[in-house]
Design a protein around this ligand. Structure first.
Ligand SMILES: Cc1ncc(COP(=O)(O)O)c(C=O)c1O
Length: 285
């Protein structure tokens, strides 16, 4: 029996891994998570993911009942048990078991879950051809409601925008914020290339500051590419020379059409290809 899931101190096979129906993660989406890639038998950018997890916990007054080192140990053991070079870890901290009200003070102990599995967000051929995306009618939730920098278990905002993409015959949607500025996609950050410079929305616009996003920014700077974290509207998307998305699940994937406008020559662009090559090298280094 393959042990792939750790829940509050014990390992379970996928089919045996269960949580209480009174867990506030299930009842209210009260909790946080991380999606982490395994490359070459190692958790990629684990430090960055744990920083974000602990910051998110602080922001929502959630006490993680494990020290950072204990989580690192579970991650190492899970990778070893899975025995695969490449894979994906879903790390989850829920508010834990409470009653049927939302009172978090009645949840005495947060639950920690680590799932060791695989992920594939988009069809393989999209990585060669590029994705067609749309801007979502649903706006991104903003920092004055709850901050998208918290990687919260409440993904209804994202799920609804994903549905809007699917209804438009696309695999992904770009969120605008209330002011109409581009923020991110439902599970990825967005970049454009214009006149040789790389641009991506600034975190204060209301988006998850992706670990992959930050790696790509660092790689671009290393290649001498001018980089800007800035405001962008749909105009900047439609008139981009290149566009691509980044995320732990998606890795780096080109976008070749947005709201029916062809991006560049309709094929993944040269800087996108260069950054993808650097990224692939980086994850193996
Ligand atoms: C809404 C959202 N934006 C961006 C990202 C990309 O973040 P990362 O690169 O840390 O995986 C994710 C990843 O899950 C996400 O859910």
């Amino acid at each position: 029996m393959m042990a792939t899931v750790w829940i509050d101190g014990a390992w379970y096979a996928k089919s045996e891994a269960k949580v209480s129906v009174y867990d506030h993660g299930l009842l209210y989406g009260d909790g946080i998570f991380e999606g982490i890639r395994i490359y070459g038998g190692k958790a990629f950018m684990l430090d960055g993911h744990l920083d974000r997890l602990f910051d998110g916990a602080k922001a929502i007054a959630l006490e993680i009942p494990l020290a950072r080192g204990e989580i690192e140990k579970i991650v190492r053991e899970g990778i070893e048990r899975e025995g695969k070079d490449d894979g994906y870890i879903r790390l989850i901290v829920t508010r834990g078991v409470g009653d049927l009200g939302i009172n978090l003070r009645l949840c005495p102990r947060a639950s920690v879950i680590a799932i060791f599995d695989d992920i594939s967000l988009y069809p393989r051929e999209s990585y060669e051809r590029g994705l067609a995306v749309v801007t979502a009618p649903t706006r991104r939730v903003q920092g004055d409601v709850w901050d998208p920098r918290v990687k919260s278990l409440n993904y209804l905002n994202n799920v609804l925008a994903k549905l809007e993409a699917q209804l438009a015959g696309c695999a992904e949607a770009v969120f605008l914020n209330r002011e109409g500025y581009v923020t991110e996609c439902t599970g990825d950050n967005v970049f454009v290339v214009k006149g040789g410079a790389l641009k991506t929305p600034a975190p204060w616009l209301g988006l998850l500051e992706g670990i992959t996003r930050n790696v790509v920014l660092e790689l671009a700077r290393g290649l001498g590419v001018p980089v800007e974290e800035t405001t962008m509207t749909r105009f900047d998307l439609y008139t981009a020379d290149e566009c691509f998305l980044t995320g732990s699940g998606a890795e780096l994937i080109a976008v070749t059409s947005i709201d029916g406008r062809r991006i560049g020559d309709g094929k993944p662009g040269p800087l996108t290809a260069r950054l993808l090559a650097s990224f692939s090298e980086r994850v193996r280094s």
